[in-house]
Design a protein around this ligand. Sequence first.
Ligand SMILES: *Cc1c(COP(=O)(O)O)cnc(C)c1O
Length: 217
Amino acid sequence: MGLNDIETRIAKACQDAGRPREDVQLIAVSKVQPNDRVEAVLQQGHRLFGENKVQEAAGKWPDFRDRYENVQVHLIGPLQTNKARQAMDLFDAIHTLDRPKLANTLARLAQETGHCPDLFIQINTGEEPQKAGVSPAEADGFIAECRALDLPIKGLMCIPPVDETPSLHFALLQKIANRNGLAGLSMGMSSDFEQAIAFGATHVRVGSAIFGERTPA
Ligand SMILES: *Cc1c(COP(=O)(O)O)cnc(C)c1O
């Protein structure tokens, strides 16, 4: 548990997979964590964080950014179109582009402001009705649609179903990314980031294994 332990495990997983350590970015998922825990991780020198709610991120990250240099924050939770403008200001990357309406809104705002965070398309690899994301069958078409809008698509993201072997989903995401020429793979959480690295993850999203269990707000 803790940042150092996770760093060690990531280094080992990269070595086992024959991948350079710098190919994998650790997103420390700070959602719902008390500020003192987040600050402790900042003080250890970590600079890349993930949040799943725009409002929550808006409440803490402007202040942390004032006090620490080179902080990056990625949005890893669902984005409503009416919060897209705020999200584009707050985040360095958005991992949850999951529908045409949001793609159109982001494209319009990118034209207007001349700036757009890096984008990952969320794929619903388990085709779970309650989960966000584009179905695997629609992925190629949606990726092409986003590229036609000039959006900076860097990769794909998935959250495997809780009751299934995550490796199958990581392999599927990797396959879709490869055939579309996308380098980024946002996959792997506290319980499975080593497997994700074996399947080519470039961004692992680790929360509780760094910060401890999330205490409900
Ligand atoms: C909360 C969250 C994580 C981190 O989960 P842990 O199990 O605490 O590592 C990763 N990805 C997404 C999309 C999340 O919402």
